[in-house]
Design a protein around this ligand. Sequence first.
Ligand code: FDA
Length: 325
Amino acid sequence: MLGPVILAASRSDRMRRLISAAPVTKQVVDRFIPGEDVDDIVPVVLDLTGQGLELTMDVVGEDITSPAQAAAARDAYLELVDRLKPLELGTRAEMSVKLSMFGQALPSPTTTLFEGPSGPTPTFRGGHELALENVRPVVEAAAEIGTTVTLDAEDHTTLDSMFAIHEELRKDFPQTGCVIQAYLFRTEADARRLAESGSRVRLVKGAYKEPASVAYQDKHEIDRAYVRILRTLMQGEGYPMIGSHDPRLIAIGQELAHQAGRKPDEYEFQMLYGIRTDEHLRLAAEGHRMRVYTAYGTDWYGYFMRRLAEKPANLRFFARSMLTK
Ligand code: FDA
């Protein structure tokens, strides 16, 4: 019951201000978000890759309110690519992006002044175009250093735009990945469409508060949908990325990969930084590709609240740390 309440709080500005200002929050946040800037994250990249793990990195942020913030998000990712370049890790360190942070959620149309040859001209663009324009240089820069970008899935109202941007980017950068969410009714059809040669698709259960008109609400229904969709991805021609910490789904994923005749480098597991860390190492030691989703940055509120919602015990830990301060 607590999960939906926490997810509702994750969209509340008042709660954002309260929780972000709480004196002990940062200690608890560190478990999931191991740094505030790119200087903090480079040692984490070296540490994880040194242990045989791979990464996908997320500069946290969403719900931005201006094109300038969207451009700043793009620049933060470009800075990350710059810092990854000398490490020569290739696809062992890729990036995950939320298009809302690149401007997708800005009201449409957005008015922007462009400095053309005959002076500033007002041009009208929707958030969708702005997000595509901001994410493209990141995907290009990633390709230049031999790695790639995956588009995260946000709430269901954003997904048509996300898939359209994914399709557009794949024309030039076919390795661009995307995320699909098992809790949505639409996802089985999306998976059939995406299970094609060269596609990279991360399957997750889904982390947003979605209405019963579009999404399964029952945990078991979501798990059953996850297995059906994973079977489609494994039997298809693309590269499935199993994004889950659920021991049952991880075992089923291995079995489905085996049934589909896939070798260990033809799919991968993905888990979040700070969650079931022993399992990351166990899977890697067994010869699986294991990628750790590692978020960093200062705008951690939305990401942190979704982690609390996923496991009510996290909330108790958070509350206890406030009380014992
Ligand atoms: P489940 O929630 O059943 O958890 C299984 C077990 O894992 C729990 O019993 C617990 O032990 C542990 N666990 C899970 N979450 C925990 C937490 N927060 N704290 C402590 N322990 C926890 N969602 C989305 O909507 N869009 C996206 O783009 C992504 N991207 C993404 C990338 C990657 C790599 C992962 C692993 C997950 C996402 N997600 C996501 C989040 C996803 O939708 C989902 O909310 C979480 O993965 C939790 O679901 P599980 O499959 O882990 O199962």
